[in-house]
Design a protein around this ligand. Sequence first.
Ligand SMILES: [Zn+2]
Length: 83
Amino acid sequence: MTKKICTQCGYYGFEITYTKGSLVIEIILWVLGVFTFGIFLLIAIPYSIWRLCSKSKICPKCRGGAMIPVDTPAGRELMAKFN
Ligand SMILES: [Zn+2]
């Protein structure tokens, strides 16, 4: 993994993987699914799929920016701008 720069705040470092929703809710839904013989699995399965699909790489500092590699023209421009 290489260090990247944030397009919004200029943070230089490693991006983090962010997943929408809550792991706790996901576990509860799956447990309820087992105890209700599958009724809650109708909610748990789409919820898990939605969480998997919503995974994205974000900046750990501002949590909103997209991180780009610094060895690109746009990345170099950002490095010059923020430093
Ligand atoms: Zn940022």
